[in-house]
Design a protein around this ligand. Structure first.
Ligand code: BES
Ligand code: MN
Ligand code: ZN
Length: 460
């Protein structure tokens, strides 16, 4: 993959001048007369996100003006510069002055140059950026490439991204970094005691599987990542309406983000023993599909009554978490697109996270802010745990009433984690519904960058 960052010395790079409403008059007055005249004729006022390409006397591109929020604004988007790749002509650019956070602006620029080109080539902006002084370009490249991986996996439609293809992507990642790889497929899931993954995935002709990657020194702290890889979620027999089903190719977004995080960890060579578990299934409709009020055993031993076949993500994660928990990892993290309720509570751009570990929660919140990969803590509210009660089994996967849906999902998963020193659960959206700077519309990398920052602080 070629980096968006230009690391060779480039004297010819076109300067991008950042201006705010208050800094603009001084910047304007310092421009050469024809450029000043051109800006004035265009009515340029350095509004946030507004760009203007200034010509030289010879008709070349001399420089670019780009507006940012004033220092006193209630909110300044750290990724504002991420809209530049979509606005600029092909070329190599550099920051002429510092935006409010040069590192995040450069990261936003890199993330904003992503396009999904699998089925229609030639749409990606042909721009390069000379990394700002003092910024670790290798680290930003690592983050941008991980985001590309997650976005490509999510954006790829389900006909080309089933359990087989998701497994192939994980295997490719493992091979690239010398990790061990294995996969437990189909009826083998029953033999090896993963009844819930099998139950959810068995109605699809594309066999369910538990994908596993292992990497790093066994003596290092054990960090295990678990991802929800529902390659398409019809809802099962509790079929989703078409409006709710439309985007469900993205229901493997947890798996995509776990792979993105694993890629960053391995590429950076962090001092941890990494284990990745991905439960990959298609929640399909067929005569052999699991049904409402079916009861299944689980790997953990407790029985689960199916209140709703559309609450499938927590079922497959339950068996994968139970396996992960058996080796008592130091840190166990799961990610998945688990509930619509998380979106109702916090919207698409602010995924909730859950943990009982207050130190971990504080560290995550700080890393999320620092990387502009926002996450918000929600509670594992113990009084609601009783809502999981079933009349015939140990627990039900979909409490009636539907209150606090993201919390009750987290409480469900918590039942399968007992021995891990620390457990963290992310209920992500993995999708940007409408483009924002640095965040093109479509599949999104959510949480992975914040978690990478946390892991590099702890195990770098
Ligand atoms: N994959 C969905 C959750 C989802 C839907 C995430 C839309 C993002 C956008 C999940 O499998 C699901 O269907 N959850 C149900 C749970 C309910 C049946 C208890 C939901 O949220 O409605
Ligand atoms: Mn579902
Ligand atoms: Zn789902």
């Amino acid at each position: 993959m070629s980096s968006i960052f230009e690391t060779a010395p480039s004297a010819a790079a076109i300067p991008i001048i950042f201006a705010t409403k208050s800094s603009w008059p001084a910047i304007r007055d310092a421009l050469p007369a024809p450029a000043r005249q051109f800006a004035q004729a265009n009515g340029y006022a350095a509004k946030p996100g507004a760009s203007l390409v200034l010509p030289s006397a010879e008709g070349e591109i001399a420089q670019v003006l780009f507006g940012l929020e004033d220092d006193t604004a209630r909110y300044r988007d750290p990724f504002r510069a991420g809209s530049l790749p979509g606005l600029l002509p092909a070329g190599t650019y550099r920051f002429a002055n510092a935006p409010h956070d040069a590192r995040l602006a450069a990261l936003g620029f890199a993330l904003g140059s992503y396009r999904f080109t699998r089925y229609r080539k030639g749409e990606a902006p042909e721009v390069k950026l000379v990394p700002p002084d003092g910024v670790d370009a290798a680290e930003l490249t690592r983050m941008a490439e991980a985001a590309t991986l997650a976005r490509d996996l999510v954006n790829t439609p389900s006909n080309d991204m089933g359990p087989v293809e998701l497994e192939a992507a994980a295997r490719e990642l493992a091979e690239r970094h010398g990790a061990q790889f294995k996969s437990i497929v189909g009826d083998e899931l029953t033999q090896q005691n993963f009844p819930l993954i099998h139950a959810v995935g068995m109605a699809s002709p594309r066999a369910p599987r538990l994908i596993e990657l292992n990497w790093g020194d066994a003596a290092h702290p054990k960090v295990t990542l678990v991802g929800k890889g529902v390659c398409f979620d019809t809802g099962g027999l509790d079929l989703k309406p078409s409006s709710g089903m439309l985007l469900m190719k993205k229901d493997m977004g947890g798996a995509a983000n776990v792979l993105a995080l694993a890629q960053m960890v391995m590429d950076a060579g962090l001092k941890l023993r990494l284990r990745v578990l991905i439960a990959a299934v298609e929640n399909a409709v067929a005569g052999n599909a699991f049904r409402p009020l079916d009861v299944f055993p689980s790997r953990k031993g407790i029985t689960v009554e199916i209140g709703n076949t559309d609450a499938e993500g927590r079922l497959i994660l339950a068996d994968a978490l139970a396996l992960a928990d058996e080796e008592k990892p130091d840190l166990l993290i799961d990610m998945g697109t688990l509930t619509g309720a998380a979106r109702v509570a916090l919207g698409p751009d602010l995924p909730p996270f859950y943990t009982q570990d207050d130190k971990l929660a504080a560290d995550i919140a700080r890393c999320a802010m620092a990387e502009h990969d926002p996450l918000w803590r929600m509670p594992l509210w113990a009084p609601y745990d009783a809502w999981l009660d079933s009349k015939v089994a140990t627990i039900n996967n979909a409490p009636s009433g539907g209150f606090a849906g993201s919390i009750t999902c987290a409480l469900f998963l918590q039942r399968f984690v007992e021995h891990a020193k620390s457990w963290l659960h992310l209920d992500i959206f993995a999708w940007t519904p409408s483009a924002k700077p640095g965040r093109p519309e479509g599949g999104e990398c959510q949480g992975a960058r914040a978690l990478y920052k946390l892991l590099s602080e702890r195990y770098g």
